[in-house]
Design a protein around this ligand. Structure first.
Ligand code: GLN
Length: 192
């Protein structure tokens, strides 16, 4: 199993370390790779798009050709894509009130950037995740998934909004799984 972490901006090394520890933890062998070039994409089973700044990540993805390459392999079913925080924005068909981010549009969902505003830019809370149960989640200037339609299914809620959703082998999380040491969530979205 080959898992890449998109390494152009954001909290990349934290994800690399967390995936390595998750694989060890569940006794699954695999390679975890920093992805900086479009040529690396075709060898992957999964790519994780980390948190960071979605405007910057999308611009650099498009300029490097990584954007087109991810879409190609994702749409023909060879590549699973997981977006966390800023990465979840890139998974969405629609970004409400902000058209600056060119998203991959892989999931039938609409997101709002920086939803939790200034007072609660960063916070932690317990979620109830389908297929996993109670989970302690870290939010940093998080977006929110406003709605899902068609093939997109909510897996966790925060208030009346959505915190995690899945569509086939595409998953979006508005929080930061790489910042906690509860690896069950990696097991869930990487099908370990
Ligand atoms: N606020 C960032 C954005 O909209 C996301 C924050 C994060 O990834 N921690 O791109």
């Amino acid at each position: 199993m080959k898992i890449g972490v998109l390494a152009i901006q954001g909290d990349v090394s934290e994800h690399i370390e967390a995936v390595k520890r998750a694989l060890e933890n569940f006794d699954v062998s695999g390679d975890v790779l920093y992805i900086r070039k479009k040529e690396q994409i075709s060898r992957l089973d999964y790519i994780i798009i980390p948190g960071g700044e979605s405007t910057t990540i999308s611009r650099l993805m498009v300029n490097s050709g990584i954007y087109t390459e991810i879409l190609k392999h994702a749409e023909n079913g060879e590549l699973g894509v997981i977006g966390t925080c800023a990465g979840s924005i890139l998974m969405a068909k629609d970004v409400i009130d902000d058209k600056r981010v060119k998203t991959l549009g892989l999931m039938d969902m609409a997101v709002r950037r920086n939803f939790f505003g200034r007072q609660r830019e960063s916070f932690e809370t317990e979620l109830d995740i389908e297929g996993l149960g109670k989970y302690h989640a870290v939010f940093i200037r998080a977006p929110v998934i406003d709605k899902c339609w068609d093939g997109c299914r909510p897996l966790a809620y925060i208030g009346d909004k959505i915190a995690m959703a899945k569509e086939g082998s595409f998953v979006a999380l508005i929080f930061h799984p790489e910042l906690t040491d509860d690896y069950r969530i990696y097991k869930l979205f990487l099908n370990l």
